[in-house]
Write a protein that binds this ligand. Structure first.
Ligand code: AMP
Length: 375
């Protein structure tokens, strides 16, 4: 029996571990939190910081193959491990995605259309950037930003002051894209072939994913085809294997790269029940050296993220329909799958779970379920 090592024990680690078990593999997970969600499901775990070289070495020693679900593993510790152990995705895709300037330069250099951007390190370069890009524009810290943290939309000269807390922190200034909607794709490449999951339309609230709707209702066939083709071509050109998610802004027929992540993605959670195979299982197949399977959409699907403020509602939905709040999909009513990650502390805006509604369109979701959750 093979063992997959996972750096990071959040909900992504938990769902990787669940799918590894389906394929008959064991998992060992490393996370600094003793109550990390994945620890409830993986076979073994190590409680240690992500920069604890000795603990990471132990994780790799005890694994046949290693992956990461945490994006900010420092290069100083991961690079030496990739030379010694089987970490097939390597450090490159992480390195390319950990810094927004590097990420956007890499995307542009490898064939993707990227919003105009400028490098900002102080007040002077910020003002130069604004002059070049114009209003409105978006200021983002270069590193460690996620879910809208460290971001300021600058619409007028008065808004510039809002960047004050971040001045001196390396940042990027981007053209504001007045997109029609956001979309994302998840792909797995085993070096021979790429499988792509159906493209979803993403609806964010306060910078955090709220809903993922598949198939993307507003997307034309030509945008969908180009988005898939260019994403797969990008992955090949960069030489990335394993899993890669790319988020885009769509405006008319234009497709703008926003960001990427070399790990399973929140917008791909719908694949667990919405597709014939899912992002976690195909990642495991890649890691285990098994042939990939082409996913197919089972039916139109809506995924609702459950943040702290929606946890009670999600638990009620699970209970009301006669099932527990297991982290594994609790099948409630046909097509309604409640996932609660088992995090011990619930906070507003913290991702606590998700619900997948298979066989449901956006309109049906709005009519039947929207009112259950915090507006
Ligand atoms: P990010 O962390 O870069 O994904 O940004 C979080 C959210 O902010 C995105 O999902 C968008 O809704 C919004 N956003 C970020 N960058 C831009 C941009 N250049 N133009 C318009 N909206 C943006």
């Amino acid at each position: 029996m093979k063992t997959i090592g996972i750096i990071g024990g959040g909900q992504l680690g938990l769902m990787i571990a669940e799918q590894a078990a389906v394929l008959g593999a064991q998992t060992i997970c490393l996370d600094p939190a003793p109550d990390a969600p994945a620890f409830a499901v993986c076979d073994h775990h190590i409680v240690a910081e992500y920069d604890d070289a000795e603990a990471l070495d132990e994780l790799c020693r005890r694994s046949d193959v290693v992956t990461y679900e945490f994006e900010n593993v420092p290069g100083e510790v991961l690079i030496p491990l990739t030379e010694k152990y089987n970490i097939p995705q390597g450090y490159r895709p992480l390195y390319d995605s950990q810094d927004r300037i590097r990420e956007k330069s890499n995307a542009r250099d490898n064939g993707l259309h990227v919003p105009r951007f400028a490098d900002v390190c102080d007040r002077e370069s910020l003002m130069m950037g604004i002059e070049e890009i114009g209003y409105p524009c978006v200021f983002k810290t270069r590193t460690l930003g996620y879910d809208g943290h460290g971001q300021v939309v600058i619409r007028t000269a008065e808004d510039v002051a809002k960047t004050e807390p971040y001045i001196g922190t390396p940042a990027i200034l981007e053209e504001f894209v007045p997109f029609d909607y956001e979309a994302s794709i998840v792909m797995v490449n085993d070096g021979k072939r790429i499988v792509s999951f159906p493209v979803g339309q993403n609806i964010h609230r306060d910078g955090i994913l709220d809903l993922c709707i598949v198939p993307a209702p507003r997307m034309s066939d030509s945008v969908r085809r180009r988005l898939v083709e260019q994403s797969e071509a990008f992955m090949r050109r960069c030489g990335y294997t394993g899993i890669l998610a790319i988020e885009y802004f769509i405006r008319g027929e234009e497709i703008y790269f926003n960001e990427m992540a070399p790990r399973p993605h929140n917008s791909g959670h719908y694949t667990i029940e919405g597709c014939t195979t899912n992002q976690f299982r195909e990642l495991c197949r890649y890691l285990l050296g098994e042939p990939l399977q082409e996913p197919e959409l089972v039916a139109p699907t809506v995924m609702k993220n459950i943040l702290g403020e929606d946890l009670e509602a999600a638990e009620r939905i699970a209970v009301e329909f006669g099932t527990g709040t297991d982290s594994r999909a609790s099948r409630t009513e046909p097509g309604t799958y409640v996932h609660i990650y088992g995090k011990t502390v619930s906070k507003p805006k913290r991702k606590m779970g998700h619900i997948t509604f298979v066989g449901m369109t956006r309109d049906e979701y709005d009519a039947k379920w929207k009112s259950h959750f915090v507006e």
